[in-house]
Design a protein around this ligand. Structure first.
Ligand code: PSU
Ligand code: MN
Length: 302
């Protein structure tokens, strides 16, 4: 095997041919972030939101030994309903492709694949980060190092407060990753607009984010940017309300000895159960919001 195993969907191939703006979307959020059928419905709604804002969505996943850049309706259904889909980060990508398995890409793996396809902007929900207790578990998401290495602008609603947010910001600073809060000073905390931590950078216009992306390239700096876009006010769960739920989910994970890759999916599922689905409704609203901003940034970069 000597050529890159990249397969473009017809929609993405047409966008590439015409130079239309593209926005990458991840698939771990579909297979490990939300239950069926909301996962597939949300994936379709997010794709529609990207289109409605002038860009073309490229949902990325590994199927049949190929990196799929853009999924057809049938492929999205297959992925959303499959059980035992592997969660792929940087470490897992090549092995999954080489053995022909089915895999969902995390933020880190989606960035790698988007960059291979020449896509500069990627919208998602939340990034992985430094877990609470990382001083003993060493659990730091590979997403942070990928942001330092791969030139893709990632639009997320910050990071979940299931993580250690101050340590997450410290690692991003050490790795030289620009963290840009959109339209406010505070770093947003996923379900909540405010974390109480000031973001290192703030921008108020998509065109400025696009210009900063271009400037990093001109300067020869590797790596991307993290755009932290606060959840819309009407969908927010304030920090005071969500904090006890987070504590409960974390306590269950500790009691059950959940570790490594299983930690994030376990916590997401428990948060969904413990909030009777409210966390999921908020999650969907913030991903749609990030799709809109991602489309606007991609439009300025095209
Ligand atoms: N955080 C979320 N929702 C998600 C994830 C993280 O709020 O769906 C997923 C993303 O795919 C992210 C991955 O890249 O989990 C991080 O996993 P880990 O913490 O194991 O690196
Ligand atoms: Mn981890």
């Amino acid at each position: 095997m000597t050529s890159l195993p990249l397969t473009y969907s017809p929609e993405v191939a047409a966008a590439r041919a015409s130079g239309a703006p593209l926005v990458a979307l991840e698939s771990t959020i579909i297979t490990h972030g939300m239950p069926f059928p909301q996962n597939v419905e949300t994936a379709r709604a997010v794709e529609a939101e990207v289109r409605a804002h002038g860009a073309v969505p490229a949902t990325i996943a590994i199927m049949d030994g190929q990196i799929h850049i853009g999924l057809t309706d049938a492929e999205l259904d297959r992925l959303g309903q499959a059980s035992h889909v592997a969660k792929l980060s940087r470490a897992d990508l090549a092995a999954c492709l080489a053995t022909g398995g089915m895999g969902a890409t995390t933020v880190a793996a989606t960035m790698i694949c988007a960059h291979l396809a020449g896509i500069k902007v990627f919208a998602t929900g939340g990034i992985g980060g430094v877990h609470r207790g990382a001083e003993s578990s060493f659990d730091v998401s590979a997403d942070l190092m990928e942001l330092a290495a791969t030139p893709v602008t990632v639009v997320a609603a910050g990071a979940k407060a299931i993580l250690d947010l101050p340590k997450t910001l410290e690692v991003l600073e050490t790795q030289g990753v620009p963290v840009i809060a959109f339209g406010q000073d505070d770093f947003p905390a996923f379900w909540s607009r405010r974390s109480g931590l000031r973001a290192p950078l703030r921008m108020d216009r998509a065109e400025d984010i696009a210009a900063a992306h271009r400037m990093r390239g001109l300067l020869g700096l590797p790596g991307g940017q993290l755009v932290a876009n606060p959840i819309p006010p009407e969908a927010e769960i304030p920090l005071a309300e969500i904090t006890p739920v987070i504590e409960a989910a974390l306590a269950e994970a500790a009691a059950q000895g959940i570790a490594a890759k299983a930690v994030t999916p376990f916590l997401l599922d428990r948060m969904f159960q413990l909030t009777s689905g409210r966390s999921l409704t908020s999650n969907i609203a913030l991903v749609l919001n990030n799709a809109r901003l991602g489309a606007a940034i991609a439009g300025h970069l095209a």
